[in-house]
Design a binder for this molecule. Structure first.
Ligand code: ADP
Ligand code: MG
Length: 634
């Protein structure tokens, strides 16, 4: 295989769909028709909800690009001006949400009208009077221009608040609107006239049933989103309007709203529960991300690139003993933007920074450190509006084990609570130990231990339940936090580094074998202690595998070291060595108990066991000759 050119050509594309279309790969064979895509174009769902980078815009781009798509399609992306217009739009006599709904309904009506006027001829071969009326209406209200949505909206808003030109629909200027009891009522009546005009045109053309619905897609609301109540109202109005339009235009027009999960989930309004049936949440699995990687690798480096070749020859076969693809995708939040960034980073690290012609394990590890730092930062930015305090919570997890219990988290949180409340007084209600767990779980930072699994947010999983007490920091953020081991256990320094003191008295040639025997006995006791702890850790069913691994690892090191002393008798002052290990055990036990892996069968037991062994070793070193040390004390 020609490694060199292949790696140089390998490119996984741009990170956002809009640029991925213009100078990336999206429409060059890299698009995956996911369930969300199929649901969006063919299903009955109206709300496509996904986190930042999950592929909302990609679906819009794909739908727009499909030449063969039998339906009409319109993409509406509000820019700042449009957002301002909608936010500011209010009508005397109507609550804010309803007023915003009216302006969105107007947007939908106008866009449908524009589509009908433009395409009636080509799609239906005729232009009935009702369509001509729409054309006149659009012209008279200056809605035919290709100008920016924001500018047109400004005019439409003014028209709704005062008066639109409705002559095209046979309504005389200044119709009996004067009698409307309020600004809101007048706007509503005008809007009814426009919407009925659209309904009539749809009926005359017989759109219903002869072809699929016109897709009215709204994307990129995040551009106009902030935490102000008016922003909420802008989105709630959009939801209400979409529901209204879906009912009014029945099967001829289908509004399709692409919403960021953090925005959608932060809305609360009376009719919110009516939308659950319309929701479709975008989700990605490790397998679908693998498919995405392969599709993009092929689109850039050649269609004949095989999966095997990608994951064995271009990428190293494994990283830290784990298959590379799973190493990578376990360290991403499950969404394509993260996957694309991480994959490109590996490629750049190998090819550009380290000048290699294939990616090595070190390149991946180097990239993963950088990526982790990016992601921690990105998470803060993603939730800047919804949870502005997020960044201030990260120190609670810095330089500790990545497993935490509710108890340990509560202790750490309590220490920081005062500062947090002072900095974010408006969020005091959320800034409680339980509130923080909910937020961190919700954003995908923490997973919750359920049975033998760790579950991260996403999909249809339950939120954290009050009885659940064990959490895990997502692998994606561990390196940036310096939280790369399961629990915060001090490494064992082998005797050579610390307690190894050669005592001349223990020369093998010396006749006094008692001393040697005693030393050997003591070392054997030490090994017994290690085995006792290893055994208990092995039996502790409630212990998470990675915690067990770490305890095992440390115990084995102490044991191997002790075995070394046995074969190299006299190299060490056994008495001192025992005290050193006893001291190490005591610290280890304290850390284990502190890290708060309590409340689960096993962890606490193992902690106490290590504590007991520490005491036993200390007693032995203290000279309980000939005793196992087991008889005294607890
Ligand atoms: N179904 C898909 N197939 C291929 N690439 C995708 C797909 N969905 C998303 N992507 C890619 O993932 C990246 C992020 O997607 P994007 O649509 O910009 O996210 P969002 O709009 O949800 O923030 C883009 O590069 C996009 O091309
Ligand atoms: Mg987008």
């Amino acid at each position: 295989m020609a490694d060199g050119p292949l790696l140089a050509e390998l490119y996984f594309g741009r990170e956002d769909a809009e640029r991925d279309v213009t100078d990336g790969l999206l429409l060059r064979g890299a698009f995956l028709p996911t369930a969300a895509y199929r649901g969006a174009v063919g299903g009955r769902k109206m709300l496509i909800i996904g986190r930042k980078g999950s592929g909302k815009s990609a679906i819009c781009m794909q739908v727009l690009a499909e030449a063969t798509h039998p339906y009409g399609k319109v993409l509406i992306t509000p820019d700042e001006t449009a957002g301002d217009e909608i936010r500011r739009f209010d009508l005397q006599g109507l609550p804010g949400d309803s007023a915003r709904a009216l302006i969105w309904r107007y947007v939908f009506a106008v866009h449908t009208a524009r589509h009908l006027v433009a395409h009636a001829k080509e799609e239906h071969g005729r232009r009935p009077g009702s369509v001509k009326a729409l054309a006149r209406f659009l012209k008279q209200n200056d809605e035919l221009s290709t100008g920016r949505l924001g500018d047109r909206l400004a005019q439409g808003a003014k028209g709704l608040q005062t008066s639109l030109s409705l002559e095209a629909f046979g309504v005389k200027a200044g119709m009996d609107l004067a009698h409307s009891p309020s600004e809101g009522a007048r706007a509503l009546r005008q809007l009814d006239v426009v919407e009925q005009g659209v309904v009539r045109a749809l009926a005359d053309l017989g759109c219903d049933g002869t072809h699929g619905p016109l897709l009215l897609m709204v994307d990129q609301l995040e551009q106009v989103w902030s935490a102000e109540p008016d922003s909420n109202s802008l989105v709630i109005g959009l939801l209400l309007a979409a529901k209204h339009a879906a009912g009014l235009y029945a099967r001829s027009v289908r509004p399709l709203l692409f919403l960021r999960a953090d925005i959608y989930d932060s809305l609360s309004f009376g009719e919110g529960d009516k939308f659950h049936g319309d929701e479709l949440r975008i989700s990605w699995t490790e397998q679908s991300l693998r498919d995405l990687a392969l599709a993009r690798a092929r689109a850039s480096a050649g269609a004949d690139l095989g999966e095997e070749q990608l994951w064995r020859e271009v990428f190293p076969e494994s990283v830290r003993g784990e298959a590379t693809a799973s190493f990578l995708f376990r360290r991403c939040l499950p969404r394509p933007r993260d996957a694309i960034q991480f994959l490109n980073l590996c490629q750049e690290t190998a090819s550009l920074i380290n000048g290699r012609d294939r990616i090595t394990e070190e390149d991946v590890l180097q990239a993963s450190r950088q990526f982790s730092a990016w992601k921690l930062n990105d998470l803060t930015l993603e939730y800047l509006v919804a949870h502005p305090f997020l960044k201030r919570l990260f120190p609670l997890f810095q330089n500790t084990g990545y497993r935490v219990t509710r108890a340990a988290l509560t202790t750490r949180f309590d220490a920081a609570a005062e500062t947090l409340h002072r900095l974010f007084p408006a969020y005091a209600d959320a800034l409680t130990p339980a509130g923080v767990v909910d937020v961190l779980y919700g954003v995908g930072f923490l997973g919750v231990r359920r049975g033998n699994d760790v579950v991260f947010a996403g999909g249809d999983d339950l939120p954290v339940q009050p009885h659940e007490t064990q959490f895990v920091v997502h692998p994606c953020f561990r390196e940036a936090l310096g939280a790369t081991s399961a629990v915060d256990l001090r490494p064992y320094e082998p005797s050579s580094a610390g307690a190894r003191i050669v005592t001349g008295a223990l020369s093998p040639a010396a006749p006094g074998t008692t001393a040697v025997t005693r030393d050997v006995q003591l070392v054997r006791e030490l090994i017994r202690s290690c085995h006792a702890v290893l055994g208990q850790a092995g039996r502790a069913v409630g212990l998470a595998q990675d915690v067990r691994n770490e305890i095992t690892d440390r115990m084995e090191r102490v044991r191997d070291d002790a075995n070394g002393i046995l074969t190299d008798a006299g190299s060490v002052d056994v008495h001192d060595h025992l005290l050193t290990v006893a001291h190490y055990f005591a610290g280890l036990a304290a850390q284990l108990l502190d890290s708060g892996l309590d409340g689960t069968a096993g962890a606490e037991g193992v902690g106490h066991r290590i504590e007991e062994e520490s005491r036993r070793l200390r007693r032995l070193a203290g000279g309980s000759y000939g005793s196992s040390g087991d008889s005294a004390g607890s």
